[in-house]
Design a protein around this ligand. Structure first.
Ligand code: ATP
Ligand code: MG
Length: 581
């Protein structure tokens, strides 16, 4: 039994100055965590109980699919990360340090290398597989903006697991098992969650899905269809594109003098002033954005031009998600200087193929569609420039910034944009690490088979904060029972000894039938403060033992709904235990 008279807990009346999101404010005020440095927190007794409850659910479901628990060190020698290339690739996010002899170490941000090496050291035959291993362990990432409290720590706890299979079918099975386990975990924890595609079908690649908890404080933007169950993060989303048209339907392309029209706005105004019997909008223009890309392991940047309708912006994050591991960024003046035929503000796709400049279009620039676009000359634009007749792009890529009202590529329904917190990620990693570390199994024919891996993560500390985000109200935290630090919070009010004797009897009785009790047995604290604390701490059932005793009743409150009910003190244990079930 937790007794507030001795529990190591001091609640705060005011929000901490550095807190921006509700979970951060409330977890600090309610004494679950304390900040040590940006993104670095201590967990206090109540916080530890909630964290342990989350861990227990994760562990049970991992064990249930046959994954076996291991534990790796957080402190890892540099050489291991050199071998995978991540000592360099991870950049500033990696915490690096040296030992007394000057040897380099890091604090691991994830453990792909160690899992792969461990299995390589122990297993050698095809008969050993399949295998799934997991750990619940502390990770270190020097996040650029650790602003959201426990949601984005620089030190945080993750459950990470890896599956090891001999072939793609095996990987698909392991992936499915993990995905199903994650559904059970997040359901049991009491989350409202969505499973969203993290890579788009169009780009091929292996399965990758994220589990997101919709919440205003979420740092991830995702898109969901109002009509079907399609949901994807904004990097992976595919939107409906217009059907292909017949290029021959359009009149021949024609070049106009359009002096001083480097912006879409000026261009549209100029075309509307030409006196054609129609009104042009930005959507009639084709905007060509100059970017640059760099393949992994090379130092050379290449130009890439991306074409989107002029009323839309290019979403660089979405492009980056699809081009990965190739890097992409806005081209600078130096890049443009190397290709002077690209006239800023007047770029058109007509000669790009001839100039060997890579050109991709958003699917909204459909086959056979006609556009007003640059004529590749200062002060000139062309009309009726038709895809498939006047230019042929090197390919398509989902490049436009998604907006509310875009249509679902699956069913044509309206897409909505929402914010969410990434709770977990299931991902077919494939043979990347197995190849880098030479993880193979000797097949039945004596030939080596490269193992294929799946990677699966759950943010355990983040889950605590995400649950707080999804359940809090204006009075405080409001835990789902599965993770709450107790089932029932008993508040004894007043100075009457009988109150405390009765409350003690009920608390002991409840504990005897397996109900987890937090008992506010403080003698010199006012009823108002006690009620305030009960609401702030967020235990799902509250029992008030006080004035009602004179009438033979105690009050039973539901923290979430606020419903109150008097129950006879003689039945209190049974009634409260039933409410906690
Ligand atoms: P994010 O996009 O939020 O940075 P990520 O893609 O880097 O997450 P993974 O590397 O897939 O995350 O890690 C697996 C899980 O660990 C995530 O789904 C998330 O729940 C959790 N996680 C990642 N970074 C943090 C962090 N800085 N603090 C707390 N939890 C985190
Ligand atoms: Mg991250």
């Amino acid at each position: 039994m937790l007794r507030l008279s001795t529990l190591f807990l001091r609640t705060l009346r005011d929000d901490p100055a550095d807190a921006e999101v509700p979970s951060h404010k409330l977890l600090v005020r309610a004494g679950y965590v304390r900040r040590v440095a940006p993104g670095i927190y201590s967990w206090l007794p109540l916080g530890m109980i909630v964290l342990a409850n989350v861990e227990a659910v994760v562990r049970e479901e991992m064990n249930a699919i046959g994954a076996q628990e291991v534990h790796f060190p957080a402190l890892v020698p540099r050489e291991i990360f050199e071998e995978s290339g991540r000592w360099t690739d991870y950049g500033d996010t990696l915490f690096r340090l040296a030992d007394r002899k000057g040897a380099d170490y890091l604090l691991a941000p994830t453990h792909e290398e160690l899992f792969t090496l461990l299995v390589k050291g122990e297993y050698s035959s095809y008969k050993d597989y399949p295998l799934a291993l997991y750990q619940i362990q502390t990770k270190y990432r020097d996040e650029a903006r650790p602003r959201a409290g426990i949601l984005r720590g620089r030190e945080f706890v993750m459950k990470d697991s890896y599956s090891f299979d001999l072939d793609d079918e095996g990987l698909a099975r392991s992936y499915r098992a993990h995905r199903d386990a994650y559904e059970r975990i997040f359901t049991r924890l009491g989350f409202d969650y969505r499973i969203v595609f993290a890579v788009s079908g169009a780009m091929g690649g292996s399965a990758s899905e994220e589990f997101l908890a919709p919440a205003p404080a979420g740092e991830d933007t995702f898109v969901q269809c109002a009509n079907c169950d399609y949901a994807a993060n904004t990097e992976a989303v595919e939107i409906a594109a217009p059907p292909a048209d017949d290029p021959a339907r359009h009149p021949a392309a024609r070049v106009y003098d359009t002096p001083d029209t480097p912006t879409i706005e000026a261009l549209v105004a100029c075309f509307n002033a030409l006196g054609h019997d129609r009104v042009y909008t930005a959507a009639d223009t084709l905007k060509n954005v100059v970017l640059r890309t760099r393949a992994p392991g090379t130092r050379h940047w290449e130009l890439l031009v991306v074409g989107v309708p002029g009323d839309r912006d290019v979403d660089l994050k979405r492009l980056a998600g699809q081009l990965e591991p190739v890097e992409v960024e806005q081209a600078g003046p130096d890049d443009l200087a190397r290709e002077p035929r690209l006239v800023k503000g007047y770029i058109g796709p007509q000669q790009l193929a001839e100039w060997k400049v890579r050109y991709l279009v958003d699917p909204l620039v459909a086959e056979g569609s006609a556009w007003i676009t640059g004529a590749n000359e200062e002060g000139r634009h062309a009309s009726d420039v038709v895809r498939g007749r006047d230019f042929t792009p090197d390919g398509e890529i989902g490049a436009v910034e998604i907006r509310d009202g875009d249509r679902c590529a699956r069913c044509g329904g309206v897409l909505e944009i929402a914010r969410g917190i990434e709770l977990g990620h299931v991902f077919q990693l494939g043979r990347k690490y197995a190849t880098a570390f030479g993880l193979t199994a000797l097949g039945p024919d004596g030939k080596p088979v490269t193992i294929t891996m799946g990677s699966y993560g759950v943010g355990v500390t983040r889950a605590v904060a995400a649950l707080a985000e999804q359940t809090y109200d204006d009075k405080g935290l409001c835990w789902p029972r599965a993770v709450a630090p107790a089932d029932v919070h008993i508040v004894a009010t007043g100075k009457d000894d009988r109150v405390f004797t009765e409350a003690e009897r009920i608390a002991t009785g409840l504990e005897a039938v397996g109900v987890r009790v937090l008992y506010d047995d403080r003698r010199s604290v006012s009823a108002g403060v006690k009620f305030g604390d009960a609401e702030l701490l967020g235990v799902p059932t509250i029992v008030v033992v006080g004035r009602g005793l004179a009438d033979g009743v105690v009050e039973l409150r539901d923290r979430r709904t606020g419903e109150r009910e008097d129950v006879p003190v003689v039945d209190a244990v049974g009634r409260v235990a039933a409410a906690c079930r």
